[in-house]
Design a protein around this ligand. Structure first.
Ligand SMILES: [Zn+2]
Length: 138
């Protein structure tokens, strides 16, 4: 998914959707009042059905807004990520796993320096970090 498209759509459509929902709710209230005047049970039932559908749409819209916020944050984090020479990225000086971020959007801090066997038979060692989730070594 292209994150830039998501955030642009958000700016264009959210205001419009909120305005349409408000107008639709006003129309719904008018119809409800008219239905009560007509005193027709089938009409009132249909209006109530429509009202509950309206509330579902409004809830769905709220959850979509939250989803968009999440993607905005991801976009923001991506802009600020600077990968070090060793391949991880840092958040306030703490090393984090780039693989977990790119794959699952998980912010995983790396474990304290560990020793990796770098030579044949473990004769020489390198100091580095490891990811507790994907086990990548940096
Ligand atoms: Zn990882």
């Amino acid at each position: 998914m292209n994150l830039h498209i998501v955030t642009r759509c958000d700016i264009i459509t959210q205001g419009a959707i909120m305005s349409i929902l408000k107008d639709a709710y006003d129309v719904l209230k008018d119809i409800k009042n008219l239905a009560e005047k007509v005193k027709s049970k089938p009409v009132i039932d249909k209006v109530l059905e429509l009202q509950s559908m309206f509330f579902e749409i409004r809830e769905e819209n709220e959850s979509l807004k939250k989803e968009i916020e999440k993607y905005k944050n991801i976009d923001e984090v991506n802009k600020n990520i600077k990968i070090t020479e060793d391949g991880y990225y840092e958040v306030e000086g703490v090393p984090h796993c780039i693989t977990c971020w790119q794959k699952d959007r998980k912010v995983i801090s790396l474990q304290k320096p560990v020793l990796f066997g770098a030579g044949i038979g473990g004769m020489s060692f390198m100091e580095g970090y490891s990811c507790p989730v994907c086990k990548r070594e940096y």
